[in-house]
Design a binder for this molecule. Structure first.
Ligand code: HQG
Length: 192
């Protein structure tokens, strides 16, 4: 992908790069021979060198653009700019170190219709991820649900959950994380 060398990427290239970064920073760092630290960070220099070695060269400027323009702000640089990590969504074991905090009264979760019945029975489970992901915005939650079918929007009484002892964390890109959401805290749409 030599077009990435000068830092000018079109939307399609930016998306491809972002997907590849998600793969190596969340799931399979070994694909390009890097290791993430316990909190998911890797040195930017190491990442760029590894990308180059694996035929996917990227300049620091291009990386910054991908991070900045990412539709869901999936990646973050450390304060001093020397390290990078995915803000959430890992399948590798990482301790992201987010402080527990109080959620808003309501958070949203979008899910395809076929999952609604099991969710009614079991509540929301984290499945393959480390947490259940919840969103402040209806639009974001709906888009998440639409990935696999027509989204049904679930309202989660997050503050009430928190008051009964469930811990919540919020990521750098304002995704709310919790271990599970029991069904009694979920409001299902009436037509579903
Ligand atoms: C569903 C993407 C049956 C749950 C998105 C979801 C998001 C159940 C699916 C982020 C269930 C898991 C997370 C139960 C939950 N029975 N199905 N008891 N409990 N489910 O992808 O929330 O692009 O792991 O509703 O945009 O869809 O990776 O979670 O449909 O922000 O940055 O099981 O992933 O972000 O799917 O998506 P996922 P999600 P990124």
């Amino acid at each position: 992908m030599t077009e990435q060398l000068d830092g000018t990427m079109n939307a399609e290239q930016t998306k491809k790069t972002s997907k590849f970064l998600s793969l190596v920073l969340r799931h399979q760092p070994e694909t390009i021979g890097i290791e993430l630290d316990d909190a998911g960070w890797v040195a930017v220099d190491q990442l760029l060198a590894a990308l180059k070695r694996h035929g996917r060269p990227l300049t620091r400027e291009a990386l910054e653009l991908v991070v900045k323009n990412n539709d869901k702000q999936r990646f973050a640089f450390s304060d001093d700019g020397t390290q990078i990590r995915a803000s959430q969504g890992h399948s590798v074991e990482v301790e992201l170190g987010y402080e527990p905090c109080t959620p808003p009264e309501i958070l949203f979760h979008g899910t395809p219709r076929q999952f609604v019945d099991p969710i009614r029975r079991e509540g929301l489970r984290k499945m393959q991820r480390h947490h259940v992901h919840l969103h402040e915005e209806v639009g974001t939650a709906t888009a998440v649900g639409n990935r696999r079918g027509k989204a049904v929007l679930l309202k989660v009484r997050a503050l009430q959950m928190h008051q009964t002892g469930h811990a919540f964390f919020v990521t750098a890109n304002r995704v709310w994380l919790t271990d599970r959401v029991p069904s009694e805290f979920i409001e299902f749409p009436v037509d579903c």
